[in-house]
Design a protein around this ligand. Structure first.
Ligand code: BV8
Ligand code: ZN
Length: 254
């Protein structure tokens, strides 16, 4: 379990930070009831690996199945909503400049009130035309599994979820923004990622190799846990609100 010393070290690193970069992954949204990619999927989807479904080839081969998977995830996100971890990250903006680069496509960090979020892997609430690339934002709501597959209002072609699939390039502006922030920030908070998907994982490696203090929040150890300045072996929705409370106390004592 997390020790007081660990939490105090992390809170002091945050108290000395003017510019924080948050690198977040699926573990941050796990307590919203959204399964991470590492966990076995549940129900109908237990037989599929996300890496097999989140690809252009899977969509080309069976768009109905891929859309059914994304509709299932949209429903989970709409039902689960923001958790205490998302809210704690949004609350950090009271104390310093906060830039967030997330691998998550659920949009929950923005919903929680954060103002500077780079979505490295796109957003599940965007439909993108598979032909002319026109994009349309969908309302955050439980999906209608029986609705016909969505088509582009501009050209009539089939639309796809506006996310980055395996084998696809990340949005250049989001990736470059995150890379610039790794160089510029004085503290990095890595939350809920197994650091296995590139090039997002390379941001964590850059952070660890750089001058900034690096704090990792993850109940499990990862490949960088021995290299970060502080590893808090705790869930995000417990550790992050506790860090914010400590930070509030440190800053008000100044
Ligand atoms: C690309 C969107 C190339 C879709 C996703 C080297 C360089 C470049 C590419 C590669 C490379 N090596 C391999 C590649 C290919 C590939 C890749 O990285 N493969 C991996 C499997 C080895 N990368 C790509 O394909 C990328 N594209 O590079 O294109 C290219 C180059 C030129 C021209 C054209 C193409 C694209 C990758 C993006 C794929 N899309 N998502 C969707 O969501 O449906 S990835 C998806 O999986 C997520 O977005 C996320 O990134 C990843 C899952 O990782 P995590 O978020 O870390 O989640 P995970 O489940 O792994 O771990 C959860 C963690 O949380 C755990 O550690 C757990 O302990 C912790 N946890 C659990 N509960 C909690 C918790 N923590 C805190 N609190 C809790 N309560
Ligand atoms: Zn179109």
């Amino acid at each position: 379990m997390r020790s007081t010393h660990t939490m105090d070290t992390a809170a002091n690193a945050l108290a000395n930070s003017q510019r924080l970069l948050v690198l977040s992954g699926a573990g941050l949204s796990a307590e919203s009831g959204i399964p991470t990619f590492r966990e076995a999927q549940t129900g109908l989807w237990a037989q599929f690996s996300p890496q097999d479904l989140a690809t252009p080839e899977a969509f080309a081969a069976d768009p109905e199945r891929v859309w059914a998977w994304y509709r299932w995830r949209r429903t989970l996100i709409a039902r689960g909503g923001v958790n205490a971890g998302h809210r704690a990250i949004a609350a950090l903006e009271r104390h310093m400049a906060v830039v967030i680069a997330t691998q998550n496509v659920d949009g929950l960090q923005t919903t929680a009130g954060s103002h500077d979020v780079s979505e490295l892997h796109g957003n599940i609430w965007v439909d993108r035309c598979s032909s002319c690339s026109a994009e349309s934002r969908q309302p955050v709501a439980e999906a209608d599994d029986d609705a016909p597959l969505p088509h582009c209002e501009e050209c009539g072609a089939l639309t796809r979820p506006g996310v980055v699939w395996f084998g696809e390039m990340l949005p250049v502006d989001a990736l470059e923004r995150a890379q610039a922030e790794v160089e510029r920030c004085d503290c990095v908070l890595v939350v809920g990622t197994s650091n296995q998907v590139y090039p997002a994982a390379a941001l964590v490696e850059m952070a660890v190799a750089g001058p900034a203090q690096v704090i990792e929040v993850n109940p499990q150890a990862t490949a960088v846990s021995n290299a970060v300045d502080v590893h808090i072996p705790e869930s995000a929705s417990v550790a992050l609100p506790s860090l914010v409370d400590r930070l509030d106390a440190l800053r008000s004592a100044r």
